[in-house]
Design a protein around this ligand. Structure first.
Ligand code: G6P
Length: 593
C-alpha cells in the first residue's frame, strides 16, 4: 500500500511529483502529501482524500521555488486517514515518506519519548523519522541510515530528505522501490509507471542497499561501499496506462482482455514454451494467493484435478504462511500474484522456500519480489492494470492455469476427447464477441442495481467462477454478494432467500447441470429471481433472464463466463454511481500483512 515518488534534477519537482502520485494512486488514496526543498528550506503540504485535492492545495499554498522533493499517497494502516497522519513526516532534521509497516514501532517510540521526542501522528512512519534523527546526532549519515535499517522490524520503502544534505536517500525491505535514471535528473518511485513519462531507465533497489540521489549523480551503497547495479529498460507493456476514451480503467482493461489473451496463447503455441507449463512431474500442488488471484487458483484446482489428475489444494496466503504444512513427495507450490508484491504471498513463498519445496510463480509484474525470488516464474504479461479491481490480469492467471492443466493432461495421455491447441487460439476471438455485446449486461445490471444483496451459485468449477464474480460485484458496487456451492445453500443460507432475492447461477459443467437446476428450483420456490449464466450447448433456459456465452473447450469456458460477469459488475457499479476504479477502503497492491 502507499505510493512513493521522489525527484531531483533540473526541473521543478512539483509537477513531476504530482504526476507521479496520480499514477501511484491505485496503491492508496486516503491522503497524500509532498515535501519540497530549495537546498535551504523545506515546505510540506498535505491533503486528505485524492491527489487532486493535494494538487489544488499546492497551487494555492506553495511558495517555495524548489529543486527536489519526495511525495506520498497513503492507504491508512497505522492511524486514520487524517492530515496529521498523512506523509511526509518531519522530525528534527529528517523528513520521510514510508510505505510498509514497522512492527516494532511501539517499542522504538517508547525509547524515543524517553529521549525527549514528541509525536504528532499515530503513524509508525513518524517513529522512523525520529529514530533516524536521533542517530544523526551521533553518527555520520550513512552509518546512521545503516543503523536505522538494523533497528527496524517489518517492511519498508522509505524516501528521506535530511536538512543540509542536498539530495534524497532511499532504503527498502519487502516493499517495492526503484531508482529512475534520467539525463541529469533522478527519481525514486514505488513502480515504473510513476516516472515513465520522464525516463524508461531504472534500477531495482535491494534490501541492505542505501541509495543517494543528487543533482548530477546517484550512488548506491552496500556495506559502506559504493556498488554498481544493472540499469534496466522498461518496455511498453509495463508502462502504458492511459485511459484513452474509456470512462473507466476497469472497462478499458476488460476490453484489452482479448489482445493480451491472444498474446499469451501464441506464446505457448510452441513446444519449448509448452514444456514450461508441464506439471506432470508433480504429484500434488498447493496454490497460494490472495483475493482474485486465489480465486483464479480455485479454477486451476478444478482443472488440475479433473483433467491432469493432480491433487490440488488452494489456500489464502495469509492462512498458509502460519499453518503447519504437510507435504507429500513431489509437491509444487504455485504462487499467484498480479503485483508480485502482496505481503502475505511473499511471506508464504519465503516460508516454503525455507522448507526446501519448489516454487512456481504466476505473476504479472516481472520486476516484483515474487517474480525475482520464486524458483520458476511464468509471466502473465497483461500489461499495467490501473483499476483496483483486477480484470485482465485475473483472466490471464486463469488462462495460464488452464494451459498448464491442458498441457499436463496431454503429456500424461489423460484427455478423453481430442482438444487441439487450435481450440485455445479461437478463444480470444470469442472473448472479443462476448465483451463487445455489452447491451445484455447493461440490461441485467438494470435488474440488479437497486438490490443490497445477492448470491452467486454453482457447482465444481462453476462455483470457482462464482467466487470471483461475487468478489468483483461487491468490490466495485458495494452490493453484499455471496458465492455459494449450489448444493450447500440449503444448509443454512437459504433462510436469507425471500421474494425477489437475486441469484446468479453459473452452469457450464454438463455433468453437474441437472444438479444445479434442482438447486435453482429450490430457491425459486422461495421467491428468488434467478439469472442464468451458461454456455450455448447447455442453454435451455428460455424462461429466465440469462447470459449465454459461446461454448469453447472445457479448459477455457471460465474465461468467457468471468469476462461477462466482470462487465455485469462494472455496469451495476456504474448505475450505482460508484467510484469504480478506486473503490472505498481498497488498494491494488497490499504490501502489509
Ligand atoms: C488486493 C486487490 C485484489 C487482488 C489481491 C491480490 O486485495 O485489491 O484485486 O486480487 O490484492 O493481489 P495480487 O497483486 O497478489 O494479485
Amino acid at each position: 500500500m502507499c505510493g512513493i515518488i521522489g525527484y531531483i534534477g533540473k526541473n521543478n519537482p512539483n509537477d513531476i511529483l504530482i504526476n507521479g502520485l496520480y499514477n501511484l494512486e491505485y496503491r492508496g488514496y486516503d491522503s497524500s502529501g509532498i515535501a519540497i526543498c530549495d537546498n535551504k528550506n523545506i515546505e510540506i503540504i498535505k491533503s486528505i482524500g485524492r491527489v487532486s485535492n493535494l494538487e489544488e492545495k499546492i497551487k494555492k499554498e506553495s511558495r517555495l521555488n524548489a529543486s527536489y522533493g519526495i511525495a506520498h499517497t497513503r492507504w491508512a494502516t497505522n492511524g486514520e486517514a487524517s492530515l496529521k497522519n498523512a506523509h511526509p513526516h518531519k522530525v528534527g532534521r529528517v523528513t520521510i515518506v514510508h510505505n510498509g509497516i514497522i512492527e516494532n514501532a511501539d517499542i522504538l517510540k517508547e525509547n524515543l519519548i524517553k529521549k525527549g521526542y514528541t509525536f504528532n501522528s499515530e503513524t509508525d512512519s513518524e517513529v522512523v523519522a525520529a529514530l533516524l534523527d536521533s542517530y544523526l546526532k551521533e553518527l555520520d549519515v550513512l552509518v546512521a541510515i545503516n543503523k536505522l535499517t538494523k533497528s527496524l522490524v517489518g517492511s519498508y520503502a522509505i524516501g528521506i530528505i535530511i536538512d543540509n544534505y542536498n539530495g534524497i536517500y532511499a532504503i527498502r525491505k519487502d516493499s517495492p522501490l526503484i531508482l529512475g535514471i534520467g539525463l541529469n535528473e533522478y527519481f525514486l518511485a514505488s513502480d515504473i509507471t510513476a516516472i515513465i513519462k520522464y525516463t524508461n531507465k531504472y534500477i531495482l533497489l535491494d534490501e541492505g542497499e542505501i541509495a543517494f540521489l543528487t543533482y548530477n549523480d546517484y550512488k548506491i551503497y552496500k556495506n559502506k561501499k559504493i556498488i554498481t547495479k544493472e540499469i534496466l529498460i522498461a518496455d511498453n507493456i509495463d508502462t502504458v496506462n492511459e485511459k484513452k476514451d474509456y470512462s473507466h480503467y476497469m472497462l478499458k482493461e476488460i476490453m484489452e482482455e482479448p489482445i493480451v489473451l491472444q498474446k499469451l496463447i501464441k506464446k505457448y503455441s510452441n513446444s519449448i514454451n509448452q514444456e514450461k507449463l508441464n506439471l506432470s512431474d508433480y504429484k500434488e500442488i498447493d496454490i497460494v494467493a490472495c483475493g482474485s488471484a486465489m480465486y483464479a487458483g480455485f479454477i486451476g484446482q478444478n482443472l488440475f484435478e479433473e483433467y491432469a489428475n493432480i491433487k490440488t489444494n488452494v489456500y489464502p496466503a495469509s492462512e498458509y504462511r502460519y499453518k503447519n504444512k504437510i507435504y507429500n513427495d513431489n509437491t509444487l507450490v504455485i504462487l499467484i500474484s498480479q503485483s508480485g508484491e502482496t505481503a502475505d504471498t511473499i511471506a508464504a513463498m519465503r516460508e516454503v522456500k525455507r522448507l526446501g519445496l519448489p516454487t512456481l510463480a504466476i505473476v504479472n509484474n516481472k520486476d516484483s519480489t515474487i517474480a525475482r525470488e520464486a524458483d520458476i516464474k511464468i509471466l502473465t504479461e497483461a500489461g499495467v492494470e490501473v483499476a483496483v479491481a483486477t480484470t485482465k490480469a485475473y483472466i490471464l492467471q486463469v488462462s495460464v492455469l488452464a494451459l498448464m492443466a491442458y498441457i499436463t493432461a496431454c503429456k500424461k495421455n489423460l484427455l478423453k476427447e481430442s482438444i487441439n491447441y487450435n481450440d485455445f487460439e479461437k478463444v480470444p476471438i470469442l472473448l472479443k464477441e462476448v465483451i463487445e455485446n455489452n447491451n445484455q449486461y447493461k440490461n441485467i445490471a438494470e435488474e440488479l442495481y437497486k438490490d443490497e444483496r445477492c448470491f452467486y451459485i454453482g457447482r465444481g468449477i462453476d462455483y470457482a467462477m462464482c467466487m470471483e464474480a461475487s468478489l468483483k460485484l461487491k468490490e466495485v458496487s458495494y452490493i453484499h454478494s455471496e458465492a455459494y456451492q449450489a448444493g450447500e445453500l440449503k444448509h443454512g443460507s437459504i433462510s436469507l432467500i425471500e421474494k425477489n432475492t437475486k441469484i446468479i447461477s453459473i452452469i457450464t459443467d454438463k455433468k453437474l447441470k441437472e444438479k444445479t437446476i434442482s438447486n435453482i428450483k429450490e430457491v425459486e420456490a422461495r421467491g428468488a429471481k434467478v439469472i442464468i449464466v451458461t454456455t450455448k450447448d447447455l442453454d435451455e433456459f428460455e424462461d429466465h433472464l440469462k447470459i449465454v456465452v459461446p461454448t469453447t473447450n472445457k479448459f477455457m469456458n471460465s474465461i468467457l463466463v468471468i469476462a461477462t460477469l466482470q462487465l455485469l459488475a462494472y455496469y451495476v457499479a456504474l448505475k450505482r454511481n460508484c467510484d469504480i476504479d478506486k473503490p472505498r477502503n481498497l488498494a491494488k497492491s497490499v504490501t502489509v500483512e
